[in-house]
Design a protein around this ligand. Structure first.
Ligand SMILES: [Zn+2]
Length: 360
């Protein structure tokens, strides 16, 4: 039951948070809320620490009643692990390149996988092509630079976005706004939040100076605060009483209105400040285009994004949504018509969809 004595839980958890393929085959982790166990490098959405148990071998995890993950296949040690290790190596190379272009041929030579195989495996395990991954990392660095560099031009220059107007436009796309706007409204991630009651339970609304960054639903205020902390570990977070601040209070009211009457038209457009990778942005944008009262399957959503074979990657970007109801991830269902999963509980998903259908 317990992890091997040589491997403390903290070390194992560290490996899991880094999805470190080097630990594959050395232990597995199981998630109590899903009943599934995974290899450390599994690309699935990371579980909460308090729901994770570590086992030295797949057999021990099975003995404790867990099932093997179908995605990372923790019992097929050698084959998947080799591919995962090649992808981990390619990621490390892209990270180390600091935004400088690395060709697929170079990655292929370094990892020993053919360009075609690497491209395919990389996408399967990370949800992004190597190029998209490099671009998303560059956008992350740009966000960071915009917080710490003294000027916008310095930040765009330092991260390689400033050298041409084409790249600057690219930065705009990746950030969802101009770097100047990002910096101006940004002041880092300072999230101020309020928790109020709603027909769907306790409602946490977190905002930055730019817009709504988080909408979370739950039963227990302490768990909502923990979820916010988990999603924004590096942000400054401050709880504010409802109504004590005009900007926050106004947004809370508007979010609450949408939760009370989902699908009903009207109301001011809500400014959103969603932090995600370039890939997640694309998926969330596609969610915003699903009209109230309608649903799509994960497959259909992937097809709309032009990536029909990447249903899993699309599904995990849907699951990474931090703005319940506003970014309508509840409108994605299984292709057999069943509801599928929902981060904030199936009864809430059902209630939202029923009300939207009734209204529209
Ligand atoms: Zn897994």
């Amino acid at each position: 039951m317990a992890p091997p004595p040589t491997l403390p839980d903290a070390t194992a958890w560290e490996a899991v948070t880094r999805r470190d393929a080097a630990w594959d085959g050395k232990f597995v982790y199981a998630v109590t809320s899903t009943g599934i166990f995974c290899r450390p490098s599994c690309p699935s959405r990371r579980a909460r620490r308090d729901r994770v148990r570590f086992y030295a071998t797949p057999a021990e995890a099975r003995a404790a009643g867990f099932r093997a993950c179908k995605r990372c296949k923790p019992e097929q040690a050698s084959v998947v692990s080799a591919a995962a290790q090649a992808v981990a190596k390619a990621r490390a190379l892209l990270d180390a390149a600091g935004g400088a272009p690395v060709s697929l041929a170079e990655l292929s030579a370094a990892t020993g996988l053919s360009a075609w195989h690497l491209q395919r495996t990389f996408k399967k395990l990370t949800g992004l092509s190597p190029r998209e991954y490099a671009e998303a990392r560059r956008a992350e660095r740009l966000r960071e630079a915009l917080r710490v560099e003294p000027s916008v031009s310095r930040a765009t220059y330092e991260t390689g976005f400033g050298s041409s107007s084409r790249l600057y436009e690219r930065a705009h796309l990746l950030l969802g706004m101009t770097p100047g706007a990002y910096r101006k409204g940004g002041a880092g991630m300072e999230i101020r939040y309020t928790i109020v009651g709603s027909p769907l339970g306790r409602l946490l609304v977190g905002v930055t100076a730019r817009g709504v960054a988080a909408v979370l639903l739950g039963e227990d205020d302490r768990l909502l605060v923990a979820e916010l902390e988990e999603k924004f570990p590096n942000a400054a977070r401050e709880r504010v009483d409802d109504g004590a601040e005009e900007w926050l209070g106004g947004l809370v009211k508007e979010v609450a209105r949408r939760i009370e009457r989902p699908g009903s038209p009207g109301g001011a457009p809500l400014p959103l400040d969603l932090v995600g990778t370039a890939f997640q942005w694309r998926v969330w944008q596609a969610l915003l285009e699903i009209p109230a009262g309608e649903t799509v399957s994960y497959q259909e959503l992937a097809a709309r994004l032009g990536m029909p074979t990447s249903t899993r990657a699309v599904a995990s970007a849907v699951a990474a949504n931090r703005a319940a109801v506003l970014v309508p991830c509840h409108r994605v269902v299984r292709s057999d018509g069943s509801l599928g999963g929902y981060r904030w509980g199936l009864p809430r998903k059902r209630a939202l969809l029923e009300q939207e259908r009734a209204t529209s």
